[in-house]
Ligand binder design. Structure first.
Ligand SMILES: O=c1ccn([C@H]2C[C@H](O)[C@@H](CO)O2)c(=O)[nH]1
Ligand SMILES: [Zn+2]
Length: 127
């Protein structure tokens, strides 16, 4: 089991998903080799909940890191899940078209893409 998968899987155990029942864990690897993990946090007011990827990115930012090299998202699902559109844009904020996005089930990795594949022609305000 690689470190990113382990971190995302551990975080998934703490997901707060009483409304959908769909627990998700995510972990980001920064360019300087640090790993930050997060889980989805749902809310009785449904639109106020947020994704596992968003939690992981928030932990990264709070620790002072800014450059994502890789993201892994894990869920227990027949379908291979991919980050939602909003999370793709958040990943773009701290990554680039070569940033690796990996999708996993409980058994391990199922697919991987670059951010450029999942969010072509991304909007950015970087100089
Ligand atoms: O990539 C994804 C897709 C969905 N979810 C969460 C949002 C919601 O809590 C639940 C069902 O959509 O899964 C994530 O955390 N990450
Ligand atoms: Zn999302």
């Amino acid at each position: 089991m690689d470190n990113l998968f382990r971190a995302a899987t551990d975080a998934r155990l703490n997901a707060h998903a009483p409304h959908s029942g769909f627990k998700v864990g995510a972990a980001v690897l920064t360019e300087d080799g640090r790993i930050f993990a997060g889980a989805n946090v749902e809310c009785a007011s449904y639109p106020e909940g947020w994704c596992a990827e968003t939690s992981a990115i928030a932990a990264m930012v709070a620790a002072g890191a800014r450059h994502i090299a890789e993201v892994l998202v894990v869920a227990e699902s027949g379908e291979t899940i991919t980050p939602c559109g909003g999370c793709r844009q958040r990943i773009a904020e701290f990554g680039d078209s070569e940033t690796i996005i990996r999708a996993a089930g409980p058994e391990g990795e199922r697919a991987r893409w670059t951010l450029g594949e999942l969010l072509p022609a991304a909007f950015a305000l970087k100089s």
